[in-house]
Design a protein around this ligand. Structure first.
Ligand code: PLP
Length: 419
């Protein structure tokens, strides 16, 4: 009998039969509180009726129209709608199917637009799993090891990560000073600005541990980008569409991108992603240099339009902020009772609990044990962090106050059992 390849390591034994809101149901009749949301994808919850209706209607109308052959209505409408929510000036859009493809598209664009080879990325960033996206990724060796030679022209500079620099006694501000000084050194010694096409950064490190950047760090990137004609690419694949309690993660920091990537929460589970840039920047890439068979699938576009409606009508950005505060406060309160819980960090509904051993070192084993036990107790979570030392919470943005309380009680019981 055929089996899934062993590289797909399933974190839980759950075989889901259906989903509704923040719940998943399995083939043994169990209900699970899903605080993974398909890794931040099902933003409006599983099978939101409006998204289901929009997709069903589109399936019966036009499923696929290849976008370099013909235009279709849902793509026209989605382009216009995204224009209303994207930062002003980023009004030229390209669509693909996944976050990794958005990274590839951004890479192609910035190299062509500047004629320069290098991309400076920031330690702990995750941008996907294709070989080019993996080359831009520094959040764990599992994403890179054994694939060499990876793409050249990638230079890594520090991210102001207080979780990592805690060992030096640095806070976010001190980590910011260090990161900016190191970036200057990188531009001086490794990636001459005249060879640097772009800085590529996440507003909040995702796979890297739910570590928000700082306003001063991003202002420093903007300043250096402007000074040297370097393009600033902001990866909003995980942080976009209300996830952080603002529509875009960048809004917390006054961060202004030249190129923006988006995916995940845009279409409640349908695969669609893209990049946005100014018309001026986009026009510098060669016609025909972006494309694909499936990009901007008509059903995915219809689902994205319905998702944007639901986010607006149900006030999901504000809910993400409020429920995120509730979740973070509850996790902090519960964490105080356990010495292995050393921090709770994140923004909005992307929150991580960080574990360390008695010597203060990142404790991936504790995070894995807690994650497993939580799943047995009916709460589906994920891990993250460069050492796998965090358990992360990333529920659908429709999660209610009572559901957050339920998750917190399961979490409390889980920590009591494991630690
Ligand atoms: N960029 C960020 C910030 C992500 O979090 C992810 C996925 O987790 C990606 C890119 C890659 O997206 P995908 O898995 O859809 O290729």
């Amino acid at each position: 009998m055929a089996q899934l390849s062993p590289q797909l390591k399933q974190a839980t034994p759950v075989v889901a039969t259906h989903g509704e809101g923040v719940y998943l149901y399995d083939d043994a009749g169990n209900r699970h509180l899903d605080f993974t949301a398909g890794i931040g994808v099902t933003s409006t919850g599983h099978c939101h009726p409006k998204v289901v209706a929009a997709a069903q209607e589109q399936v019966g109308t036009l499923i696929h129209g290849q976008y370099t052959t013909i235009m279709h209505k849902p793509l026209q409408q989605l382009t216009a709608r995204l224009g209303e929510v994207l930062p002003s000036g980023l009004d030229s859009l390209f669509f693909a199917n996944s976050g990794s493809e958005a990274a590839e598209a951004a890479l192609r664009l910035v190299r062509q637009a500047t004629g320069r080879p290098n991309i400076v990325v920031f330690q702990g960033g995750f941008h996907g799993r294709t070989v080019a996206a993996a080359s831009l990724t520094t959040s764990g060796t599992k994403f890179r090891a054994g694939f060499s030679p990876l793409m050249g022209g990638v230079v890594v500079s520090p991210f102001p990560n207080p979780s990592h620099y805690r060992a030096y006694g640095w806070d976010a501000e001190q980590a910011t000073d260090f990161a900016l000084r190191e970036l200057d050194l990188v531009l001086q010694t490794q990636s001459n600005p005249a060879d640097t096409a772009a800085f590529l950064v996440e507003p909040v490190l995702g796979e890297g541990g739910y570590i928000p950047g700082t306003e001063r760090f991003f202002a420093g990137l903007r300043e250096r980008a402007d000074e040297h004609g370097i393009l600033l690419v902001v990866d909003e694949v995980q942080t976009g569409f209300g996830r952080t309690g603002r529509f875009w993660g960048q809004e917390h920091f006054g961060l202004k991108p030249d190129v923006q990537m988006f995916a995940k929460g845009i279409a409640s589970g349908f695969p669609i992603s893209g990049i946005a840039a100014s018309q001026e920047v986009m026009a510098k890439a060669w016609p025909g240099s972006q494309g694909g068979t499936y990009g901007a699938n008509a059903v995915a576009c219809a689902a994205a339009l319905a998702t944007l409606d639901v986010i607006k009508e149900e006030g999901l950005v504000a809910n993400s902020a409020a429920r995120g505060e509730q979740l973070k406060a509850g996790l902090q309160r519960i964490g105080q009772r356990h010495s292995q819980v050393i921090d709770v960090h994140g923004l909005g509904l992307m929150v991580s609990v960080e574990f360390a051993d008695s010597a203060g070192n990142p404790d991936g084993a504790a995070a894995a044990a807690v994650h497993k036990k939580a799943a047995e107790n009916g709460l589906l979570l994920l891990t993250n962090g460069m050492y796998g030392q965090n358990v992360r919470f990333i529920p659908a943005l429709v999660v209610t106050e009572a559901q957050v309380d339920d998750a917190l009680s399961i979490w409390e019981k889980t920590l009591d059992a494991v630690l």
